[in-house]
Write a protein that binds this ligand. Structure first.
Ligand SMILES: CC(=O)N[C@H](C=O)[C@@H](O)[C@H](O)[C@H](O)COP(=O)(O)O
Length: 234
């Protein structure tokens, strides 16, 4: 456990996720993405679903932070909502499992406390709390999470909605908790990743700008169309 955290300290973790219907969907493609990230110097991969975690563990070899995005009726929690989802990720070899650690209602009346104590029945497991506010991060540390990530800032209705990374939350969390704090969410370029470390992040997770080329392509296309309609194109 300690050794893995030491390996991640000050490093880049690349999130490799694609969804059904997208051109890059498929565990073999996500494994290729993970290997490309490894070639570039990434220290770990964040991946979605037991299939992708298993494939990346086997085909890439870097440590994997597993999540399982699932929609349940009656709950807005979608990142590893239940204990059984977390168990499925550990079962295929996830080194760390990240779960939504907001205070929102979870599926089937399960509580976050119950999820954490269920995971703790087996020793040596690392749990990451994806949070959207300082209060959620402090509560997550009290519940015994091993790491806290700013993942959900901007994605709960009550957290600041911004196109930029939430450096304020990162700084406040880093000052308030003892466990490692991960900077994640909307980091756009290498300078922002470096800034996150200076602001107190233990490690940095970057996804979209590296592994979702269709989204990044869309940003370029919209900017070009904007220039065109403003009459700046020769
Ligand atoms: C809010 C949510 O569901 N975040 C997800 C969590 O795994 C992913 O969709 C993000 O890509 C990931 O957090 C990395 O962030 P970014 O792609 O912005 O670098």
């Amino acid at each position: 456990m300690e050794k893995l955290l030491e390996q991640l300290k000050g490093q880049l973790i690349v999130s490799c996720q694609a969804y059904p219907g997208e051109s890059l969907y498929g565990s073999h493609i996500m494994t290729a993405m993970a290997n490309a990230a490894k070639d570039g110097g990434a220290a770990a991969i964040r991946a979605n679903s037991p299939q992708d975690v298993a494939a990346i563990k086997e085909g890439c070899g870097l440590p994997v932070i597993g999540i399982w995005k699932r929609n349940y009726v009656g709950s807005d929690v979608y990142i590893t909502p239940s204990l059984s989802d977390a168990e499925a990720l550990f079962a295929v070899g996830a080194d760390i499992v990240a779960v939504d650690a907001t205070g929102r209602v979870r599926p089937n009346g399960e509580t976050l406390e119950a999820l954490v104590s269920g995971v703790r029945k087996q020793p040596g497991r690392l749990l990451m709390a994806d949070v959207s506010t300082l209060e959620e991060g402090i509560a997550a540390e009290a519940l015994g999470f091993d790491l806290i990530s700013t993942t959900l800032s901007g994605y709960t209705p009550y957290s600041p909605q911004s196109e930029a990374p939430d450096f304020r939350l990162l700084t406040e969390l880093a000052a308030a908790v003892q466990v490692p704090v991960i900077a994640e969410g909307r980091i756009q370029d290498p300078e922002q990743a470096a800034e996150a470390l200076r602001a107190g992040a233990f490690a940095v997770v970057v996804g979209t700008v590296i592994t979702r080329p269709h989204t990044v392509t869309g940003h370029f296309v919209r900017a070009i169309r904007g220039a065109e309609s403003a009459g700046n194109v020769r």
